[in-house]
Design a protein around this ligand. Structure first.
Ligand code: AMP
Ligand code: GLY
Length: 450
């Protein structure tokens, strides 16, 4: 098939790489240096001048897709979906993998998603949707006050506090978990008074702070059924031992040893099936990938968030393990035929470690040279996924973003996958790179030194 991947991060490189290794012809827009080695950048050629097509210009993009005879367009990030790219492509009878604008509200409006969960009886943190700073402060105060009651008391071993979330898209930033009242007030002021997130902060979700291990369950959906991929775990905090600020994700691994068939069945029964039924009741045919961000609390699995696309870096951990044809699975979602396909996985574990620019998620420098990737790329069961990289005027690979590279290693045990990944990182020359040294350690039976 001819397949176009939209986006330029590590997730998109992992998608493009999967299609490429499975024998498809891959196009990308805009892509990154790693993607450009395996995929053709989509360009708009008019009057002998070529320029990149804009992802936001759905009509120009659709023309290019028809001209290049692209059979399937795959959307990496959430923003094009929020802007209705699926709605436009389906009006042009072009196959695109990703939900409609209405369905993408599960991610683009946390307020909508929380009300949806309440209606559909899906377990999630107690919450209030607030329109003003005053309302949000009152709601946070009330949750802190309840924290002294039995439900959140220390005898249950739970942290108490609140989580403050701008309702709209903030690129993975914006959520603040607060155990102190003053932190919550400050987070609310940043959203509602200092307008740090623009219109994404016009509604604020104030919710109870939950505790427990987190997992990401990504499911394929054809509107009638949802089929899970391997469960993965992201590491969102910047530093080892889950310290420091939240990031877009510093590493991931899959599958998760402690997520057994019993836990998966419970998630399926209490979360996945009610979500499918709830969407159907809303008149929404969800076709694409749905990401469940879950916390396994003492009261059972609860949904922290929905995303309407693959996770980043979960995709970089999950996709290298896929043995069957990804394009066929995506086409089955579009055709409403997921029942006729089965998903096959390599019997291995994966570990992806993200290398970030020093300073990320705050300000950082760019243009720092990266060397040694070729050695890793030649090795079996090792993958390098580009994100914030560029080629400079001398033709050298340099840093160009916050999250720069993802290195994924596979192994027959999680320990082996982790060891392989960190050994590969040691072969790289990337001055001042920041990366966590404990990805997957929480799930290993015998943590190893790195
Ligand atoms: P979100 O973008 O909503 O997934 O939030 C980002 C991260 O914040 C999650 O992966 C969790 O680590 C944390 N988080 C979000 N909501 C809660 C909650 N209600 N309780 C505890 N942690 C949360
Ligand atoms: N890894 C978290 C996300 O993709 O939203």
């Amino acid at each position: 098939m001819n397949i176009l991947v939209l986006g330029s991060g590590g997730r998109e490189h992992a998608l493009a790489h999967t299609f490429w290794r499975q024998g498809h012809r891959v196009y990308c827009l805009p892509g990154n240096p790693g993607m450009h080695a395996i995929a053709t950048p989509l360009e708009n050629v008019s009057c002998h001048v070529s320029s990149a097509v804009s992802i936001d210009d759905h009509a120009a993009l659709a023309r290019q897709v028809a001209e290049k005879k692209i059979d399937l367009t795959v959307v990496g990030p959430e923003v094009p979906l929020e802007r209705g790219i699926q709605d436009f492509f389906s009006s042009q009878k072009l196959a695109l993998f990703g939900p409609t604008k209405k369905a993408a509200r599960l991610e683009s409006s946390k307020a909508w998603a929380k009300e949806f969960m309440r209606k559909a009886g899906i377990p999630t943190a107690a919450f209030t949707v607030c329109q003003t700073s005053q309302e949000a402060k009152r709601a946070a105060g009330a949750l802190f006050a309840q924290g002294h009651g039995e439900r959140h008391g220390e005898r249950h071993g739970e942290r108490h506090g609140v989580v403050i979330k701008p309702s709209g898209l903030t690129g993975g930033k914006g959520v603040v978990c607060c155990t102190q009242y003053s932190e919550a007030m400050q987070a609310i002021e940043q959203i509602a008074e200092e307008n740090c997130y623009g219109s994404a902060g016009s509604e604020i979700v104030v919710e109870e702070l939950l505790a427990g291990p987190e997992l990401s369950l990504l499911v394929l959906s054809d509107g009638k059924r949802m089929v899970p991929l391997l469960a993965a775990q992201d590491h969102k905090r910047l530093y080892d031992r889950d310290e420091g600020p939240n990031t877009g994700g510093m590493g991931a691994f899959a599958p998760i040893p402690f997520v057994d068939a019993h836990i998966l069945a419970e998630i399926e029964r209490t979360v996945v099936q009610p979500t499918l039924r709830g969407l159907q009741e809303e008149g929404i045919t969800y076709q694409g990938l749905l990401y469940f961000g879950l916390m396994l609390t003492p009261q059972g699995p609860k949904v922290l968030e929905y995303n309407c696309r693959f996770g980043d870096p979960e995709a970089q951990a999950i996709l290298p393990l896929l043995e069957c044809d990804l394009a066929e699975l995506m086409q089955a979602c579009i055709d409403g035929e997921l029942g006729s396909v089965s998903i096959r996985w390599k019997p291995l574990f994966s570990c992806c470690v993200v290398l970030a620019s020093c300073g990320y998620p705050g300000p950082f420098s760019t243009g720092i040279p990266i060397e040694g990737l070729e050695n890793i790329e030649k090795s079996e069961n090792l993958f390098t996924f580009h994100a914030g990289t560029a080629i400079n005027s001398s033709g050298d690979l340099v840093t160009a973003g916050g999250r720069v590279l993802g290195i994924t290693g596979l192994g027959s045990t999680l320990e082996e996958a982790v060891k392989k990944t960190y050994e590969a990182i040691r072969q790289l020359s990337f001055p001042w790179a920041h990366f966590r040294t404990d990805i997957a350690h929480c799930s290993m039976t015998q943590p190893i030194g790195t």
